[in-house]
Design a protein around this ligand. Structure first.
Ligand SMILES: [Zn+2]
Length: 204
């Protein structure tokens, strides 16, 4: 799914839990970071690749740079494969989960708690991606296996795998989630805003 959908779904899932004592600022920061972190290298490489092939290197053999980045380098270039799949790997995220849990139990530090909850969110992100990608799914066994991708019958974008229908579903889902978050957090935002705005002075 699209990165913003991962973020909105995580934020909405946390909303009814926000009064729970175990859900502090570190946990929320870890979960929201983990919801989007797997996709961030893709954006950095896309922006960097666009700039590089436009202004520095000779343009790629295909006419459109974006196509070269997303349909050639994405599958063949070690930098692209490594950066995009590092936090999309079930193996790496499971190792982070165990390391975070172990450190949390042993030291109880905020960093360990952050790593644990970020790993939880990244694993959820990967499970959602596994079932919404047809030919470009994550390399879930990276770095042990650089080829295996589960081919889901549903894709969030490929027209041959229901991508057009899913695209509409995803837009509606995001609108519903934004509306839900707006309703849920509007009273808090208004309260804070009122507290910050000074009362109008009677003096001229
Ligand atoms: Zn992803």
């Amino acid at each position: 799914m699209q990165t913003q959908s991962h973020f909105l779904m995580t934020a909405a899932a946390l909303t009814p839990l926000r009064q729970r004592p175990w859900l502090g600022a570190t946990e929320v920061a870890g979960l929201l970071t983990g919801a989007v972190l797997p996709d961030l290298p893709f954006f950095v490489l896309t922006l960097g690749g666009e700039a590089y092939y436009r202004w520095i290197a000779t343009p790629p053999p295909t006419a459109i740079i974006m196509e070269y980045l997303h349909f050639t380098l994405f599958y063949t270039d070690p930098l692209w494969i490594g950066a995009h799949n590092f936090f999309h790997s079930l193996l790496i995220n499971s190792a982070l989960l165990v390391a975070g849990w172990w450190g949390w139990r042993r030291r109880g530090s905020r960093v360990d708690r952050f790593v644990f909850w970020a790993a939880v969110a990244m694993l959820i992100h990967v499970f959602i991606d596994i079932f919404t990608h047809h030919s470009d799914g994550p390399l879930i066994l990276f770095p042990v296996d650089w080829n295996y991708r589960y081919s889901s019958p549903i894709s969030y974008w490929e027209s041959g795998a229901g991508g057009q229908t899913f695209f509409i579903f995803e837009i509606i889902l995001n609108l519903v989630l934004v509306a839900y978050l707006a309703v849920a957090y509007w009273p808090t935002i208004r309260r804070r805003w009122r507290r910050k705005t000074p009362a109008p002075s009677s003096k001229r």
